[in-house]
Write a protein that binds this ligand. Structure first.
Ligand code: FES
Length: 116
């Protein structure tokens, strides 16, 4: 049995599934798509391990913002993003691409600040 499998992911992004469920959409042109779904489409290129980025929905991250979704970029795990419903996902995508210095128009949360 293999001890690993190769993936084409440049990075992995963790998206709180429970935040998304509470919003019941909130993103995309009509505001009816989940953030994970819109991010997968916007980050482009393939599905599953063949995608350019991994977008993985995870359980509650214990931040639980109102009308926003917690996102952790595993390439920058010290700053978690709180992506407000209705945020232009293009700005989030710019922030997630490697080497990007673009500031996302959302609040950010550092777990260390909260004592977590
Ligand atoms: S519901 Fe998303 S962090 Fe708790």
């Amino acid at each position: 049995m293999k001890d690993h499998v190769r993936a084409d992911w440049a990075s992995a992004v963790l998206v709180c599934r429970k935040c998304s469920r509470k919003l019941d959409g909130g993103f995309g042109p009509d505001g009816e798509a989940s953030l994970a779904k819109v991010l997968r489409a916007a980050l482009g290129g393939g599905k599953g391990r063949k995608a350019a980025f991994g977008v993985v929905e995870v359980d509650c991250l214990k931040i639980c913002p109102k009308r926003a979704v917690v996102v952790v970029d595993t390439a920058r795990p010290r700053d978690w993003l709180l992506v407000a419903a209705g945020t232009d996902v293009a700005a989030v995508v710019d922030r997630l691409r490697p080497g990007s210095a673009t500031v996302v128009p959302t609040a950010s949360h550092s777990p260390a600040e909260a004592g977590a």
